[in-house]
Design a protein around this ligand. Sequence first.
Ligand SMILES: [Zn+2]
Length: 292
Amino acid sequence: MKTRPWLVVPVVVALLGAACQSAHTQPSQKPQVIAVPQDEMTRGTNSISPVQVDSTPVMQAPAAETTTGPKRLSYNSCNVDGPYIALTFDDGPHATLTPKLLDILKEKGVKATFFVLGECVAANPEVLQRAAAEGHEIGNHSWDHKALTKSGGSGVASEINRTNAAIESSTGKKPTLVRPPYGATNSTITKRLNEEFGLKVIMWDVDPLDWKNRNSEHVKSEILKATKAGSIVLSHDIHPTTVDAMAATIDALKEKGFKFVTVSELIAMDRPLPAATPTPVAPAPTAKKPKK
Ligand SMILES: [Zn+2]
């Protein structure tokens, strides 16, 4: 009886230790969670701008991603003049898989963006340091993957600030991007992330569901199917199948003519779609519209 606590403690420690490798990908967690981004994005960005409203992590309705507003607080993809895309990897850095991915990215000459968990940065600071040193962008993905919508006001601040501090101490740079865990945000949080923390909110428009479909060929084909110019591609560098898929995925994307940039570089190229202004375009269509 007296020894029981001693039996329990190592188990707990072992689970905590494993958190940066797999805890956020347990099937029991994610499916329930993946519904959140769509709901949250629909609800959450409504009052910010019409831009992200119906851009679920699927790839329909590119027109809905337009904005003519002066400043976007949140991005699912960008409207760019050229075949530029951003690969993003979440939930690391992982002790072994992230370095393996970094080797692939280096070999292929590709710059990516990593949305990292503070607790994983604390566990693997040298991995993050390497990623930053090799030209990849680092964004905040919270400390321990708690939904910001469930964290409360001071909870959000803690998730963001602790992670920013961990990133900064490892890379020397303060992030300018955040991806809320599960994509779960709302207009208040998105605004706060921008205004209080100086972080643009980055969602995605291509999602191979790599946490669910642990199959490299599937990951590759889903990404190839959905990626278009300006896409932000979501995957996770904590799954061997995802990392294994990347060399061939990158080769195939290159064959299709895509060029790889970081999310901030993609955003820098973002421009409003002209479609939002119906009036001055051409005189001919006006004359052609007899009924509507
Ligand atoms: Zn995540």
